[in-house]
Design a protein around this ligand. Structure first.
Ligand SMILES: Nc1ncnc2c1ncn2[C@@H]1O[C@H](COP(=O)(O)OP(=O)(O)OP(=O)(O)O)[C@@H](O)[C@H]1O
Length: 260
């Protein structure tokens, strides 16, 4: 990504600027301006249909394949507009990984799932791959549970284990940012708690952005909140400050369960 124009005012790891998105005639995001802070957990919250997933997916250019989807504005990663035609998406997605609501392990072994991205990025040394698989599974708090059955099918794992496996797979390629779209909504409370603890640990080294409709989860784990409503960003800031003293009536209504 060396040849793209550096945008000097994009100082944070991710800056979304004057960003609009449409599905056909329907405008899903309206003039979004946010910055994401490095090595923090940022939670995007708001009622169903407000555009949370669209924003998160746009940060990873996941909506590029939707024919009627179009955007205007910029999303900068480390100062470069990711919608610049010169951006190498494979390299970008190595740095900015994505985890979805429903864990989707590949129908292969636990080991192969974690090693998959490494092989795509040309790592061939078996010892190196073994090492990274172990480190990634340890970081995802799954190693102890699977170390003796690495060659078993990933599909035999529980939902919570599968979600941690998918996180290990994202970590294996050494990302800087991990985007998670409702990562615990398909999990039971204990599996959810494990993922929340894991995200807190990971935020020491990685920048985490999570979309969640679970307000108490957002309050529990996030450093920064971004409240959206009907495609607009209504309020953002430090979680503790927004909870204690929301500046916008809509935010207050959402926090008090009056909209949602
Ligand atoms: N692929 C698509 N095609 C057309 N419209 C879409 C598509 N995906 C989302 N939308 C619309 O864009 C708007 C924002 O949707 P989005 O999924 O981003 O909201 P959300 O806040 O993540 O909702 P939820 O919490 O229910 O997942 C909604 O009106 C939705 O119907």
């Amino acid at each position: 990504m060396a040849t793209e124009t550096i945008i000097k005012s994009c100082n944070d790891i991710i800056t979304v600027r004057n960003f609009n998105a449409w599905y056909g005639d329907k405008q899903a995001l309206k003039d979004i301006n946010i910055t994401i802070k490095e090595n923090k957990i940022s939670a995007i919250i708001g009622p169903s249909g407000c555009g949370k997933s669209t924003l998160l997916r746009s940060i990873n250019r996941m909506n590029d394949t939707i024919p009627e989807y179009r955007i205007s504005g910029e999303i900068c990663f480390e100062g470069k507009n990711i919608y610049d035609s010169k951006i190498d998406l494979t390299i970008y997605r190595k740095k900015v990984g994505m985890v979805f609501q429903k864990p989707v392990p590949f129908p292969m072994s636990i080991y192969e799932n974690v090693a998959f991205g490494l092989k795509i990025h040309g790592v061939k040394d078996k010892q190196k791959i073994d090492e990274i698989v172990e480190i990634s599974l340890r970081k995802a708090a799954l190693w102890k549970e699977v170390k003796d059955e690495l060659h078993k099918s990933a599909l035999t794992l529980s939902g919570g284990q599968q979600q941690r496996l998918v996180i290990a797979r994202a970590l294996a390629v050494d990302p800087e940012v991990i985007l998670l779209d409702e990562p615990t909504s398909a999990l039971d409370p204990i599996a959810t708690q494990r993922i929340e603890l894991l995200l807190e640990e990971l935020s020491e080294k990685y920048t985490i952005v999570i979309v969640t409709h679970n307000l108490s989860q957002a309050i529990r784990i996030s450093d920064y909140l971004y409240f959206m409503y009907q495609g607009e960003l209504i309020e953002s800031g430090k979680t503790s400050e927004i909870i204690e003293n929301p500046q916008n009536q809509l935010t207050e209504d959402y926090l008090n369960g009056r909209i949602g």
